[in-house]
Design a protein around this ligand. Structure first.
Ligand SMILES: [Zn+2]
Length: 450
């Protein structure tokens, strides 16, 4: 009895210490691809089997009457399948690749999903909305994530770029593992410059739980890391200033997302980046539409289609990252307007160029703007196009016209750079609600600078 009590106290104390430490740490999830070319045949089979067993296991949880009473026991799991006479039976299949801790993790995720559904319903009831139906969890056709709960046990690092996963023989090689631990940065010169800039004692990065992911193009390891917040930010800022040679403080750039050009800058430049829909994607979509649902050809076609979508998404992400980087190389502070790109997508209006937006980078780019502390975002109600920076009056502007002409004074300008410039001026002093309700012919806002 005493032993149990002592052990529980020890666990409690260590939990408390971790909780206190976490308050000064930043949490980050780093995803690394597992190098497919270095997988042995047995490793490949172990991973394939692990995800198959995970599907069986999760479906057996869902099939149970009450998953909160579900007990993990034995080394088999009942799987519903057809026998030789084409009748449904339950067959006990052995669990070989999935470890007990992985099972516990999967069970916990099912419980969390139920809790989330309940919370959603309670919130709806509280707010007087119609509550969503509380269904049971749906049976899974595939399981794409396996939780690895305990660092050091379910998974551990075997070297700077290798990992061991419970029940998978040997080491797995990770791509881009230097992001997991900046001390292992392969770019030596950058590390040296960073060390010189930081100049304080290095606190080690801590690893918490992880997830093994199965995506269309292979396996990934997503690791939750904790690093001292001050250290993480110093490192990030130092890295940014080296990589992006930050321009002079005080330089400004307004950015207008538009109709003819994707982006127009307040200095008159334009940015247009599209990933054209590839012929391969079109072909994959056609093939997929032809198959009958859930046939083996359907699954194959789905795989090919998803792979093509993934490729396109990656290209778009790379372009958006590059564009963001380029914009910040031009000016220290960016000014944009919350244009709600996602709403444009839903509209089929040709004026907004919806098709272009779908294959463009605006959605991703604006998501980056939102998180960037050096981007100032105006709310969507500010009349960046209609407002005249010379006289402060507003002139309604038809969407097709390229030139802005103030109806009250002699100010004219190309529409998009005019709007982008107004973002800088109006962010300094946005129009108030009262000003917006006034007649357009009454001068409002910080006009007169042009
Ligand atoms: Zn005017």
């Amino acid at each position: 009895m005493l032993d149990v009590k002592a052990r529980n106290n020890k666990i409690k104390a260590s939990r408390k210490a971790t909780k206190e430490r976490r308050q000064t740490q930043s949490c980050r999830v780093v995803t690394c691809k597992i190098d497919q070319s270095k997988l042995s045949a047995t490793q490949r089979e172990a991973l394939r089997r692990m995800f198959l067993e995970a599907k069986w296991f999760v479906n057996s949880i869902i099939a149970s009457d009450d998953l909160f009473q579900y007990e993990i026991k034995g080394n088999t799991v009942p799987v519903r399948c057809k026998d030789e006479r084409d009748e449904w039976i339950l067959e006990d299949r052995p669990i070989i690749a999935l470890s007990r801790q992985m099972e516990q993790g999967l069970l916990q995720e099912c419980k969390d999903a139920i809790h989330a559904m309940k919370a959603k319903r309670d919130k709806a009831i509280k707010e007087g909305r119609k509550p969503p139906k509380l269904g049971r969890l749906k049976y899974r056709k595939e399981v794409a994530e396996i939780p690895l709960k305990q660092f050091g046990k379910t998974y551990r690092f075997a070297g700077p770029d290798t990992v061991r996963i419970q029940n998978v023989p040997g080491k797995l090689h990770l791509e881009g593992a230097s992001r997991l631990n900046p001390d292992h940065d392969t770019d030596r010169s950058l590390t040296v410059r960073l060390d010189a800039l930081l100049g304080f004692e290095n606190k080690p990065v801590e690893y918490a739980n992880a997830k093994l992911l199965h995506r269309e193009d292979g396996y990934y390891l997503a690791v939750t890391t904790y690093e001292d917040t001050d250290q993480y930010e110093a490192r990030r800022n130092a890295r940014e200033s080296i990589l992006h040679h930050t321009p002079a403080d005080g330089s400004k750039l307004g950015i207008d997302a538009g109709q003819t050009d994707q982006l127009t800058l307040s200095n008159g430049e334009t940015v247009n980046e599209y990933v054209p829909e590839s012929l391969r994607l079109k072909k994959a979509a056609r093939q997929f539409a032809r198959r009958s649902k859930y046939s083996s050809g359907w699954w194959d076609a789905l795989h090919v289609l998803r792979l093509e979508y993934l490729k396109e998404a990656r290209q778009r992400k790379a372009l958006a990252d590059q564009a963001f980087h380029d914009l910040h190389a031009k000016a220290a502070t960016l000014y944009v307007q919350d244009e709600q790109i996602s709403k444009w997508k839903r509209k089929t209006s040709q004026a907004r160029g919806s098709r272009k937006i779908q294959h463009g980078i605006l959605g991703r780019l604006y998501a980056k703007f939102k998180q960037d502390e050096h981007t100032i975002m105006l709310d969507q109600w500010q009349p960046t196009t209609a407002w005249c920076p010379r006289c402060g009056r507003r002139t309604k502007h038809p969407p097709g016209r390229e030139t802005y002409r103030c109806a009250y004074c002699d100010y004219t300008a190309r529409r998009d750079p005019h709007a982008a410039g107004n973002m800088i001026i109006l962010s300094w002093r946005p129009l108030t609600r009262q000003e917006l309700y006034q007649d357009r012919s009454i001068p409002v806002g910080p006009y007169g600078s042009i």
